[in-house]
Design a binder for this molecule. Structure first.
Ligand code: PBG
Length: 305
């Protein structure tokens, strides 16, 4: 292989993540050349509407996969939370890198915490999941649809479009914006998106050369978490139109999984936890989904919550 080519979106976060994986690969394989191939995705073009009203998650990765299939690139680096439940045929997602902080972060220049936000404060987010959990705790808050990349959202906050933002801590940390974080929200308060903070590496199925190069970046403990959370979400069906959250924590040979579905207004929330043997993550995810379905998650998912 002359050089390994990484397909990446052009947002600063995507570029950071692609550079990060390039660095890890070059450290692992001295002498390896790695190139970045920048691409614009449909998700980047649609910035004025809620993503949930559009085609959802796949929008950020379709073009990258097209680049892989056409041989313009060998590898795509994804925030796993942007990757749909099902991969199209011909692709593999064999590597999950060590995870960053999975929590959501509050950015609120005038308040020290979520509970200290003034009555009726405007909170910027485009995430149904964040909105649901926020309103469940603080029904007085007003959600302001805030899209765009991390820096764009911070700029909107700074010019007064809203009083606070909720963003993934991982994204802020990666971009060197840790000092903007007011508080990292405990997962008991704000259950993260499925696989939040995890980077996944996608390549062409059967591309043995690329598979061999990226294999050392795989972290099995992160893979267990990803499998449990994605099995949970897959059973409940996506999460683009309904607030959905899940987070698994590995504890020795046990995996603890928490999951949640709710209504966008936060009036109904079903949240449950379940533990199981760590070597059966998918069974745990499916079992937790079943618990929620027995409690009426189907109604909420169908929009009749
Ligand atoms: N939805 C966009 C997106 N995709 C991944 C991250 C952050 C990094 C991660 O979760 O791995 C973000 C930004 C955010 O939600 O604040």
């Amino acid at each position: 292989m002359t050089a390994l080519r990484i397909a990446t979106r052009k947002s600063p976060l995507a570029l950071w993540q692609a550079h990060h994986v390039a660095d890890l690969l070059m450290r692992q394989h001295p002498g390896l050349r790695v190139e970045l191939v920048e691409m614009l995705t449909e998700g980047d073009r649609i910035l004025d509407r809620a993503l949930s009203a559009e085609g959802g998650k796949g929008l950020f990765i379709k073009e990258l996969e097209q680049g892989l299939i056409e041989g313009r690139a060998d590898l795509a680096v994804h925030s796993m939370k942007d990757v749909p439940a099902e991969l199209p045929p011909g692709f593999a997602l064999p590597v999950f890198c060590a995870a960053a902080d999975p929590r959501d972060a509050l950015v609120a220049p005038q308040a020290g915490s979520l509970d200290a936000l003034p009555l009726g404060a405007r909170v910027g987010t485009a995430s149904l999941r964040r909105g649901c959990q926020l309103l469940a705790r603080r029904p007085d808050l007003v959600l302001v649809l805030t899209r765009g990349n991390v820096q764009t959202r911070l700029a909107k906050l700074d010019r007064g479009d809203c009083d606070a933002l909720l963003l993934a801590a991982a994204g802020l940390d990666r971009l060197g914006l840790t000092d903007r974080i007011t508080a990292r929200l405990d997962t008991g308060v704000m259950l993260p998106a499925v696989t939040q903070g995890v980077l996944g590496l996608e390549c062409r199925a059967g591309d043995a050369a690329t598979l061999a190069l990226i294999a050392p970046l795989h972290e099995p403990a992160t893979a267990l978490r990803v499998q449990a959370e994605r099995a949970f979400a897959g059973r409940l069906g996506g999460g683009c139109h309904t607030p959905l959250a899940a987070h698994a924590v590995l504890d020795g040979d046990r995996l603890h999984l928490s999951g949640l579905v709710g209504t966008p207004d936060g009036r109904r929330i079903l949240r449950e936890s379940l533990s199981g043997p760590a070597d059966q993550p998918q069974a745990l995810g499916l079992a937790l989904a079943q618990v929620l379905l027995e409690r009426g998650a189907g109604e909420i998912l169908a929009g009749h919550g």
